[in-house]
Design a protein around this ligand. Structure first.
Ligand code: PLP
Length: 408
């Protein structure tokens, strides 16, 4: 009684790793939760207060989202990117993931996914019955597809529509896309639009983050939301910014929204106005600074002749390759690492990488972000001492992983 297309979808090993970790924890083993990627920080207080103030909001809101929130988002994004977005370019959803899902449902064409890329893009494309073309990216290309690689896919049938998913800063590689101009050139020459997944963009470790929307705004849908930068994943609020040139997509997304979730929870939408109207720059600066230092600690202490890693540039993740290990699959390797060391990682194969490559995603968020944040507000600088005090599991887990990588 279940459609074949759904029957063939398997639960991602994120869930399996979580279950296995919980089982081991119950047995008394210490687990280093480097598998799950969730913000370690508290939601800013002004936003929490706004949510309390708005708990009485009980009406369904417009299907595109609360106009005042869309205004605030459009202004915030326009100031940041130098583009001129209006409230009408914004659509609010219960997390950006749901909006992406609806985009897959309405899109008529083929989907181009870089490998590695986020776990949900491919299953969503399959449910939307869109053909997926994987581009296997390379470390030397910063784990992003080159213009030439994208053009090679498109050149097989130039009459089709193509939708490329581009996620920068990237989950799982932790890298920032630097070849935006050549990707934009390919988009401008072809029937290619881009879903620019910028959910980690506020957490770039260096200033001056550039999005593909700076290079081809009329071909780019920006996707982002509250989940990563302000620790509000559970609030379930994300949004798309869709340029006028793609307004047909926005109009049909509205229809799909009205036929599915109707509108995002009213108190959350009212509270989210403060996320974009109030000044959170020091909160964002402090969170990025902590993540940068913790990420670089893991990078510096794990990299070796046995473990190749690119230095993380933003977000929560890095992607080590255990070049001296030889398991039948990266999933087998992660299961063994968990059993031997208590460190939970996710296999690269979950992200579209060949299962024969001993790649894993490591999330460096297993620490108490609020105490770390309070300390940095007082002391300003972060050193080994602060990482020791506020992120001891990061230090210990990294050490265990390093020892494991050196073992025979
Ligand atoms: C790359 C990427 N995109 C999108 C999402 C989904 O975010 P949201 O909470 O807005 O649905 C996640 C969350 O894990 C993610 O890692």
């Amino acid at each position: 009684m279940i459609k074949n297309i759904i029957k063939n979808l398997k639960p991602s090993s994120t869930l399996l790793m979580n279950e296995e970790s919980k089982k081991l924890e119950k047995e008394g083993k210490q687990i280093f939760k480097f598998g799950f990627g969730q913000s370690p920080f508290q939601i800013p207080e002004d936003m929490v207060n706004e949510l309390k103030k708005n708990s009485h909001q009980n009406k369904y809101l417009p299907m595109q989202g609360l106009p005042e929130l869309r205004d605030a988002v459009a202004l915030y994004t326009s100031n940041k990117k130098g583009n001129n977005y209006k409230a009408d370019n914004v659509i609010i959803g219960p997390g950006s993931k749901e909006l992406m899902f609806l985009l897959h449902i309405l899109f008529d064409g083929d989907v181009i996914l870089p490998a590695p890329s986020w776990v949900s893009y491919a299953p969503q494309a399959i449910i939307g019955r869109n053909k997926v073309h994987w581009i296997e990216t390379k470390r030397e290309n910063n784990w992003f597809p080159t213009g030439e690689e994208i053009e090679k896919v498109i050149s097989k049938n130039k009459n089709k529509n193509y939708l490329l998913f581009l996620n920068s800063p990237n989950n799982p590689s932790g890298q920032i896309c630097e070849n935006l101009d050549e990707i934009a050139t390919v988009a401008n020459k072809n029937n290619l639009i881009i879903l620019s997944d910028e959910i980690y963009s506020e957490l770039s470790f260096n200033t001056g983050f550039k999005s593909i929307s700076n290079f081809c705004p009329e071909k780019t849908i920006i996707s982002t939301g509250l989940s990563k930068w302000c620790g509000a994943g559970g609030w379930r609020l994300g949004y798309f910014i869709i340029p006028d040139s793609l307004k047909e997509i926005k109009n049909k997304l509205k229809v799909l929204a009205s036929e599915t979730f109707s509108s995002v929870s009213a108190p959350i939408q009212y509270a989210a106005i403060s996320a974009y109207q109030n000044d959170h720059s020091s909160y964002i600066r402090n969170s990025s600074n902590i993540l940068k230092n913790v990420g670089e600690y893991v990078y510096e202490n794990l990299k070796s002749n046995n473990v190749i890693i690119s230095k993380p540039k933003g977000g929560f993740y890095l992607m080590p390759e255990f070049v001296n290990k030889n398991f039948s699959t990266s999933s087998e390797m992660c299961k063994t690492i968990l059993k031997d060391t208590g460190v939970a990682l996710l296999p690269g194969s979950d992200f579209g990488c060949s299962e024969k490559k001993m790649l894993a995603r490591l999330s460096f968020t297993d620490f108490d972000g609020s105490s770390f944040m309070n300390d940095i507000k007082k002391n300003k600088n972060i050193d080994l001492n602060s990482i020791n005090n506020f992120a001891p599991k990061i230090i210990e887990g990294t050490k265990k992983l390093r020892e494991w990588s050196e073992s025979a």
